[in-house]
Design a protein around this ligand. Structure first.
Ligand SMILES: [Fe+2]
Length: 239
């Protein structure tokens, strides 16, 4: 499995607080069958100022330790970029794209989409970015109106749901929305969004429940095939 959304880079956001926590989480993930991990620390202007140079130096620090301990895993750079009004300038001047591909992981306000969200997304798509919206099932705008999800996909936005959402980690409404999106085929990636907080690593469990309810091929598509295409910057079908 390939996990494309994690907060494992040490001491730069609300994820791993130090190098030893990062390594513990990576070992946990390998034992669960993960081979490749994308490191996606938050970039939230004035909250988590993880500019490209910060990500680069933290990444090298972690990568060195992984090599030193001979841990069999491949790490990739990325970020989880918080979309606000002025974010486009930051995205253009930094390099937040996952593994230097066209794909970029984005999030926005969990209490309500900003008014100009469609404009921001359009600007990204128009400039050849491929935005992946993290955990769409957690946004009230989509919970209340799941057809909005289809509308966003028509606008070339990819969706990544969280493993925890399927098992009720964020409550019943989020879980229901995640399953609804899945059953309609409106999901492109499944990832953990792990924050290294000692909880169980949920990707294998979510993989299992998708396999049981929607089939092995679909589970593999979301956890292996599409993430692999992303890392190779190949095109992924929206529908
Ligand atoms: Fe996240």
């Amino acid at each position: 499995m390939i996990d494309i959304h994690t907060h494992i880079l040490p001491a730069c956001d609300d994820g791993a607080d130090n190098l030893s926590t990062s390594i513990t989480e990576i070992r946990k993930m390998i034992n669960a069958g993960v081979t490749d991990i994308v490191l996606t620390p938050h970039f939230i202007r004035n909250v988590y100022n993880n500019h490209t140079d910060v990500i680069e130096s933290k990444f090298n620090y972690l990568q060195n330790e992984v090599e030193k301990q001979k841990i069999p895993v491949t790490l990739y750079k990325g970020a989880e970029v918080y979309l606000d009004e002025n974010i486009f300038e930051d995205i253009e001047s930094e390099n937040f794209n996952i593994n230097n591909s066209d794909y970029i992981l984005v999030e926005t306000n969990l209490s309500g989409f900003p008014k100009n969200l469609l404009e921001i997304l359009y600007k990204l798509v128009k400039n050849n970015y491929k935005p992946i919206l993290a955990h769409p099932e957690r946004y009230p705008d989509i919970i209340q109106n799941p057809t909005l999800a289809e509308d966003l996909i028509y606008r070339n936005v990819y969706f990544q749901i969280n493993a925890g959402s399927l098992i009720g980690l964020y409550g019943k409404r989020v879980s229901k929305t995640a399953w609804k999106l899945l059953s309609r085929g409106h999901v492109h990636f499944l990832a953990s969004d792990t924050h290294c907080n000692n909880d169980e690593y949920l990707l294998p469990l979510a993989y299992k429940v998708i396999k049981k309810n929607l089939g092995k091929d679909f589970a593999k598509l979301l956890c292996v095939i599409n993430p692999d295409k992303l890392l190779k910057n190949k095109n992924i079908q929206l529908f």
